[in-house]
Design a binder for this molecule. Structure first.
Ligand code: ATP
Length: 457
């Protein structure tokens, strides 16, 4: 087969996600809800496979890492200690013409003016004033904005009767990692871990993003896969480099092409951080952007929680009796962004000889939502259907399989190509004689004849 690969755009990927049941717009029958998406039947399989790979790499294959699943709701003081109540905000300005709000830091960045995260509202206002005439409202095109105001990203909720009394607002998690800090002491007290050790968790987070955009890239409900590695103070440099390398290798293990990944160091560090890097992926249409943050956070998180809770969070070395607050090295990956990177990397349109095209998701076998598609050659031959059913049932005990007896074989192959199924198995009249099947390989479209027993290995 001679093929040529065509360029793809993010719109192509969004369209395939919808058409083939990977991702649907949230609350679609009500006209949709900005920044929310639902994973469909194939999407949830792919998402779960990514999570499984991440969990194996970060918990099961690492002797000194353990897993956690903490409650989403937390004591309201957690978000004060973490700094989210006071400082988790985006600077916004409202268009006087249409009331659309823009992210001032992003708009300034787009015209080459760097807005520092640490800038006060007054400083941002004066910087914005200098460049007002260069910034247009992305909704109506006017250049008439009000003052810049900090807009808190935490999503408030009500739990118990706290909010009724107006005393203790509860928040949905702004980031998933706080549960790890809250349970650090429990884990040290109840398991065999000793510093240095890591805790891993996949958890939901909610952010009142003012302009959710770019499909799964910036959503209001998201999932983060986090690891927090607890080390002795000042013993952070070497493990930090090892963690960066380990994360890089994990992306490669998913089959993501190395040329589509890069590291980017943060220019402006928050005051407590000693180093911070992002892993970026080269998204179609959007270009390189962050999928994961790797942060060297010193003792900030545990010190804050010790201060706000009044509980001693010092670690006592069991051998030397040395007492200290561990420093933390964090990795935080957005599941949705990773899903989008995996889809983007796998999405391929091939121009075949004769002008035809084939869309194929070249997903790593471990990530593919369906491993085997089983086809009886003809659906009106009961003996073929019966034999194919048997093959399907046997394979289903071990692998995720799909049954398809609809339409001609070529069309069935194309459908499986679009959802990334690595193997299609055809049961024909020879199968009835010798228990062999035709197996067709997704990426090469090559077919071979093999024994049914060999499929199960
Ligand atoms: P950004 O600068 O893009 O807003 P961030 O630096 O605030 O991201 P972190 O708080 O470090 O992100 O969160 C860790 C990871 O969580 C990010 O690398 C990203 O993959 C993911 N993430 C953060 N915000 C969102 C969002 N609104 N939608 C989807 N994923 C997100």
């Amino acid at each position: 087969m001679s093929t040529q690969t065509k360029d793809v755009s993010m719109d192509d990927i969004i369209s395939l996600c919808k058409r083939r049941g990977f991702v649907y717009p949230g609350s679609e029958i009500y006209g949709g809800e900005a920044g929310l998406y639902d994973y469909g039947p194939y999407g949830v399989e792919l998402l779960n496979n990514i999570k499984k790979s991440w969990w194996q790499a970060n918990v099961h294959r690492k002797e000194n890492y353990v897993g956690l699943d903490s409650a989403m709701f937390k004591h309201p003081k957690v978000w004060e200690a973490s700094g989210h109540v006071g400082g988790f905000s985006d600077p916004l300005a409202e268009c006087r013409n249409c009331n659309h709000r823009i992210r001032v830091d992003k708009e300034l960045g787009a015209i080459g003016v760097a807005a520092d995260e640490k800038m006060s509202e007054a400083e941002l206002n004066s910087l914005f004033d200098e460049h007002r005439q260069e910034i247009k409202c992305s909704n109506c095109g006017e250049k008439d904005f009000g003052q810049v105001k900090a807009f808190n990203l935490l999503v408030k909720s009500n739990l118990g009767d706290f909010t009724d009394k107006g005393e203790r607002p509860v928040y949905l998690p702004g980031e998933a990692c706080q549960g790890i800090y809250l349970n650090y002491k429990n884990i040290v007290d109840t398991t065999r871990v000793k510093v240095p050790f890591g805790v891993a968790q996949i958890g939901k987070a909610f952010r009142n993003e003012i302009s959710p955009r770019n499909f799964l890239f910036r959503t209001r409900e998201l999932e983060q896969a986090d690891t927090q590695y607890f080390v002795k103070p000042n013993e952070n440099k070497e493990p930090y480099e090892a963690i960066k390398q380990d994360r890089w290798n994990w992306y490669l293990s998913l089959g993501i092409r190395e040329e589509n990944l890069r590291f980017k160091q943060h220019d402006n560090l928050v005051f407590y951080a000693s180093d911070a890097w992002d892993v970026e992926y080269n998204f179609p249409s959007y270009g390189f952007d962050e999928i994961e943050g790797i942060h060297d956070r010193t003792d900030y998180d545990l010190t804050q929680h010790m201060k706000f809770s009044g509980v001693d969070l010092n670690y006592v070395d069991p051998y030397t009796k040395e007492k200290y607050i561990p420093w933390i090295l964090e990795t935080s990956m957005g599941m949705g962004r990773c899903f989008l990177a995996v889809m983007s990397d796998a999405y391929t349109v091939e121009e075949l000889e004769g002008g035809e095209t084939r869309t194929v998701l070249k997903l790593h076998e471990d990530l593919a939502p369906v491993k085997y598609a089983v086809f009886p050659l003809l659906k009106n031959k009961p003996e073929l259907v019966e034999k194919a059913r048997k093959v399907y049932e046997e394979l289903s005990r071990k692998f995720v399989c799909e049954w398809d007896d609809n339409g001609n074989i070529g069309k069935r192959y194309r459908r499986q190509d679009e959802i990334g199924t690595p193997y299609c198995v055809v049961i024909d009249f020879d199968t009835l004689e010798d228990d062999t099947v035709t197996i067709r390989h997704r990426d090469t479209t090559q077919q071979e004849r093999i024994k049914i027993a060999d499929l199960l290995r």
